[in-house]
Ligand binder design. Structure first.
Ligand SMILES: Nc1nc2c(ncn2[C@@H]2O[C@H](COP(=O)(O)OP(=O)(O)OP(=O)(O)O)[C@@H](O)[C@H]2O)c(=O)[nH]1
Ligand SMILES: [Mg+2]
Length: 133
């Protein structure tokens, strides 16, 4: 499917192609291999692709998110993270640990279920929110 999508995007001279995979746990070895294959196939078809590999983490899982990020980053080189569900009780302090260990930029954060709730990550604003009452 990804192969066909790249072909179609090239034929239409599209500026962007988003490939959204089904969610998976890093412990599912076959699904992690599938992810690596996907990455390899796209790269063979188009030099430099995929240009971005974003991992979407559920912020409510706390420090488990760090472990997930670490394992996914080993399987396919990530270029950034999206941390969702920061509108709940989780304040997202794990993003500090992730940044410290893996040095991956957080591109967007999720603050609700509406399209507008997916917002660009602003480190200053995020840090301020982390410490406010
Ligand atoms: N409150 C809240 N809900 C969210 C947020 N992001 C996603 N959700 C909800 O979480 C649920 C799952 O979101 P999906 O976008 O389907 O998650 P997914 O990772 O694509 O799931 P799979 O493709 O099945 O692996 C939906 O009901 C979303 O509305 C968020 O930032 N805050
Ligand atoms: Mg999905």
């Amino acid at each position: 499917m990804a192969h066909d999508a790249v072909t179609a995007a090239q034929a239409r001279k599209a500026d962007y192609l988003f490939i959204d995979t089904a969610g998976r746990l890093h412990t599912k070895h076959n699904l992690m291999q599938e992810l690596q294959k996907l990455h390899r196939v796209i790269g063979k078809q188009l030099a430099g692709a995929p240009h971005e590999v974003l991992l979407v983490l559920d912020g409510s899982t706390g420090m488990n998110a760090l472990n997930q990020a670490r394992e996914f980053h080993k399987a396919v080189p990530l270029t950034g993270l999206i941390v969702t569900k920061l509108d709940g009780t989780s304040k997202g302090g794990m993003v500090v640990a992730i940044q410290k260990e893996l040095g991956l930029p957080i591109k967007f954060i999720g603050l609700g279920e509406q399209p507008d709730d997916l917002q660009p990550f602003d480190a200053k604003q995020f840090a301020a929110a982390l410490f406010e009452e």
